[in-house]
Design a protein around this ligand. Structure first.
Ligand code: UDX
Length: 440
């Protein structure tokens, strides 16, 4: 099989399909990515992926190329995993890269082919791509478009791909060979009783955006309750624990704090709203505008708390922000709440020092003017305020007594509600947190 696109999704899918025993060619237009992957280097941080990549390159099951002619001859099964970023100046998803693969690949195909779309796309895309493919396929060649959305989380991408919690496949009505092929491709997870849901194309496309919209809504729900807790004097963590025991609600994704970011949730809810508008159903999803707004307000709230720590003005104050990746176990800083807070504090006049175990290189490219430290202890030295913005294990494990020796003022704001407040208080720290009333 081939896998088009070698970003987080495509590179992981290619390597993991080889791990399942398939012969895989990963294809991208980016020479640098292809060169890196061919030499066994994963161009981003994803635990476990380098080992899978190396093992399968060595076994000869996995290779990478920029050559579409080669890809067209290599396989009859193709996966499409290119990016669908937010379009500049609009909420809608940019479908340029998805269309480009079909436009370049299909005229080169001979015989019978199935293209499984994995990218997150607006509902209706697969049917449009089928029409496009039909118009470009050489005579005697048939190309079927099916949709097989991907639910992998960064940081757990290998596990989520090899042992997914469900496999969803959208197939066209009428004649289709996609389901039989998918059963071969995913034979191993299917043997382990992974739920396999075969739907129409539209439903499969919608499953993905609906799942991400639900997750975003769950996070914003608890963060909205956070706002009330802050005013009324409640504790959102105790509240989340209490409502989470109801298994209809569940405790997962009720982590109150700086909110969601990354390459998926923010852009997916916006693209979902944009598509609903195009379909004449914008009212159905206007609540997602609130979900987005609640999420963004958490960042403002953190900046306000920081200002308050200095009696209203950040000017010249030394603030250390722990974390700049959008979540732990990732080097991804796309729409990162942590980096957004660090940037706002810096623009507000603070001298900001950032440390993150993996995200620094990417953060430097986006925000070169922040101070970047080589280690947590270097970042913490002489800080007047510490903000925990991404809950890396390294930060959860910090020893409050040892950190107290490093800083100029023992004041920390927990933006992810992960610190053991009692032990930090015992070591002399003033602890504040989003959604909790901790300090009188
Ligand atoms: C998400 C979906 O989980 C995945 O299924 C989909 O394929 C891609 O989008 P990902 O972007 O890797 O995956 O991150 P996820 O683990 O879902 O976290 C998203 C954001 O929500 C992070 O910024 C995280 O910090 C935040 N979050 C998560 C919270 O603020 N609170 C929580 O309780 C959980």
């Amino acid at each position: 099989m081939t896998v088009f696109g070698t970003g987080y999704l495509g590179a992981t899918h290619a390597a993991c399909m080889a791990e399942l025993g398939h012969e895989v060619l990963g294809v991208d237009v980016d020479d640098n990515k292809i060169a890196a992957l061919s030499s066994g280097t994963v161009p981003f941080y994803e635990p476990g992926l380098p080992e899978v990549l190396e093992r399968n390159l060595a076994a000869g099951r996995l290779s990478f190329s920029t050559n579409y002619e080669l890809a067209a001859e290599f396989a009859n099964v193709h996966f499409l995993g290119v990016g669908t970023p937010q379009r500049h100046g609009s909420y809608a998803a940019d479908m340029t890269y998805v269309r480009a693969v079909i436009e370049q690949l299909v005229p080169l195909l001979r015989g019978e082919h199935v293209i499984f779309g994995k990218s997150t796309v607006p509902v209706g895309t697969a049917a449009e791509l089928q029409e496009l493919a039909d118009s470009l396929a050489p005579s005697g060649t048939s190309v079927e478009i099916a949709w097989n959305p991907e639910f992998l989380r960064e940081g757990y991408a290998v596990k989520d791909t090899i042992t997914p919690d469900r496999i969803v496949l959208g197939v066209r009505s009428g004649e289709s060979s996609a389901e039989a092929l998918a059963r071969e491709v995913y034979a191993q997870p299917l043997e382990q009783d992974t739920p396999f849901l075969v739907t129409d194309l539209q439903t499969a496309e919608l499953v993905k955006v609906a799942a991400n919209a639900f997750l975003a809504t769950k996070i914003s729900f608890i963060n909205a309750v956070s706002e009330i807790c802050e005013i009324a004097g409640g504790d959102v963590v105790a509240l989340a624990d209490a409502i989470g025991h109801d298994d209809r609600i569940g405790r997962k994704f009720l982590g109150a704090g700086l909110g969601f970011g990354g390459g998926c949730l923010p852009k997916d809810i916006r693209a979902f709203m944009a598509r609903a508008g195009e379909l004449g159903a914008d009212q159905a999803l206007t609540f997602l505008r609130e979900v987005d707004a609640i999420n963004m307000r958490r960042r403002d709230r953190m900046v306000d708390l920081a200002k308050r720590a200095f009696n209203g003005s950040l000017l010249g104050h030394r603030v250390t922000v722990l974390g700049c990746a959008f979540k732990p176990n990732s080097d991804d800083v796309r729409d990162s709440p942590a980096l957004s807070v660090a940037g706002s504090l810096s623009l507000g006049g603070a001298a900001v020092t950032v440390y993150d175990p993996q995200g620094m290189e990417n953060a430097r490219k986006v925000f070169p003017t922040l101070g970047y430290a080589e280690s947590a202890s270097e970042a913490l030295s002489d800080a007047e305020l510490v903000i925990l913005a991404t809950e890396w294990q390294e930060f959860r494990d910090l020893d409050p007594k040892a950190v107290a020796e490093l800083v100029a003022r023992t004041h920390i704001i927990d933006g992810r509600n992960v610190l053991d407040v009692a032990s930090w208080n015992a070591a002399g720290w003033t602890v504040e947190a989003l959604g909790r009333t901790l300090t009188p």
